[in-house]
Design a protein around this ligand. Structure first.
Ligand code: GLN
Length: 486
């Protein structure tokens, strides 16, 4: 029986009804990964261990977890004990971590089975999955088109129906944007909701892990499992973790949805605008009310992010020096030469660009002008959100200004072109707020995403709004034909 394109909820029912065993399910996932190898969505598979774990699963016990026996894929920046973790970089291409990231450990403790590690932009820097040392990932909807980034491998693996869900991380949009381009559902939780321990850091004050799945319902299941206080991460929030699944299905009559005035949608593709208007109508019909709101500083989000994120990355990535981890250059003259050559050979161009920008922004003389200024603007953006959430429940924007594009068509001459892909997603990272992308139709046979932004720790409200939308539309059920990849 085919498991391709099945959601977690559907696979749970198949397992419970004994239509398939955990071992068969894992084998089938591996089979699909192999069949669609050309997508290049995995860097490393974990065939032996995943099958071994599947054999030990006892479905007969009472109170089994919802995730018991469910195959999942993990973005390759979550450390996994004894399983290669590369961050899609040459510098870590042989790194085998001695421990597992808390977020993955929690998922595995819930009984899910990791089948492999997914491809991504190198160190999660990118919006198109074109900066990986292991090559581009194809969009399952169209060969030669980007899946979005940086969690492009996770998004493609879910969209192709290889696994029902996968983990991603989102620093400026890397869960939501690939979810939008691949026609699936993705959630970036509140900063601090999920432990960052064991997640290879890009920009520590912005990075947050989260799920990519077929439905909001499945995102709720994964979120509950991944969340929770972790003493090993000082930014992890010590708050109660709700059972998010039980928070769905509340009527949304009277829900106040804000539309951000400062985002001028008339510049976007006409069809993208139409999809947005149509989705507003869906919500209106369900009783939601739309309110125009103003976030006066939001237009500074992209430059603010591109000062803070590189600054933090230049500091975080200084640990990769060819001594403690990963790639070490040969034939070096002295220690300094070893550092220089190992890093020059080990990092790709985009990572080097960010390290240079970040080091510059943090250097004496420029610190006040760039880094400090960016932090001040970040506070203003956060204050704008705080004010707006006094009068609305959620905010709604497109996830991305365009649909997926052809390899090499954006950012080759000017990287800023790619940075602008994050126009709608970055501000919620700067403010630490939860945000989701849900599919809401297609333009030229490629999926488009709708973004919902929620108030601090209100993932319940966000997931409910997304779930109700999915109960009343069937955009999330659309699947790629996969004909290009047979
Ligand atoms: N596209 C953004 C960047 O390149 C965001 C990446 C992310 O969220 N990891 O920095």
């Amino acid at each position: 029986m085919s498991i391709q394109f099945k959601s977690i909820t559907e696979l749970r029912a198949m397992l419970d009804d004994k239509l398939i065993s955990p071992l068969e399910l894992v084998q089938e996932s591996h089979h699909l990964a192999d069949k669609f190898k050309e997508l290049n969505c995995f860097i490393t598979m974990d065939e032996d261990l995943s099958k071994k774990k599947a054999r030990t699963i006892d479905l007969g016990k009472e109170n089994n977890s919802f995730l018991l026996g469910i195959p999942l894929a993990q973005k390759d920046l979550f450390c996994t004990q004894d399983l290669r973790t590369t961050c899609a970089s040459k510098i870590l291409s042989n790194f085998i971590p001695p421990y597992t990231a808390t977020a993955v450990e929690k998922l595995e403790d819930s009984g899910s089975i990791t089948i492999g590690k997914t491809n991504m932009d190198e160190f999660a820097m990118g919006s198109s999955n074109e900066t990986s040392y292991f090559g581009n990932v194809h969009n399952p909807w169209k060969k030669g088109y980007v899946p979005g980034g940086s969690s492009g491998g996770s998004a493609a693996a879910v969209a192709a129906g290889i696994v029902p869900a996968a983990t991603g991380t989102d620093t400026g949009g890397s869960i939501r944007q690939p979810a939008a381009h691949c026609g699936i559902t993705g959630l970036k939780p509140t900063y601090g909701r999920i432990s960052r321990w064991g997640m290879i850091a890009f920009a520590s004050s912005l990075d947050q892990a989260g799920p990519l799945a077929r439905t909001a319902e499945d995102c709720a299941v994964i979120l509950s499992s991944m969340s929770g206080h972790d003493p090993k991460d000082t930014t992890s929030l010590n708050v109660e973790v709700p059972d998010f699944l039980s928070k769905l299905n509340y009527p949304i009559k009277g829900l106040k949805i804000g539309i951000i005035k400062e985002f001028d949608l008339s510049d976007l593709d006409k069809e993208v605008q139409t999809r947005f208007e149509e989705s507003k109508k869906v919500y209106e019909k369900l009783g939601a009310e739309f309110v125009d709101v103003s976030l006066p500083n939001i237009s500074a989000s992209v430059p603010t992010y591109y000062s803070i994120a590189p600054a933090e990355c230049s500091s975080n990535l200084s640990r990769f020096d060819g001594v403690r981890f990963g790639h070490r250059a040969e034939n070096t003259d002295d220690l300094n030469d070893l550092y220089i050559k190992s890093r020059s050979e080990g990092f790709g161009d985009e990572v080097k660009r960010r390290i240079l920008i970040g080091t510059y922004a943090l250097s004496a003389g420029y610190y006040d002008a760039y880094y400090k200024k960016a932090q001040q603007v970040r506070r203003l953006i956060k204050n704008d959100f705080d004010l707006v959430f006094e009068s609305v429940d959620i905010l709604m924007t497109p996830t991305s200004p365009s649909t997926a594009f052809e390899f090499g068509s954006k950012g080759a001459q000017n990287p800023v072109e790619l940075y602008l892909e994050d126009l709608f997603t970055i501000s919620s990272n700067l403010a630490g707020l939860p945000a989701m992308s849900i599919p809401h139709g297609q333009v030229n046979s490629l999926p488009v995403g709708l973004q919902l932004i929620g108030n601090f720790l209100r993932e319940d409200q966000l997931l409910n709004a997304a779930h109700i939308f999915q109960q009343n539309t069937d955009f999330h059920l659309a699947k790629p034909s996969m004909e290009d990849f047979k």
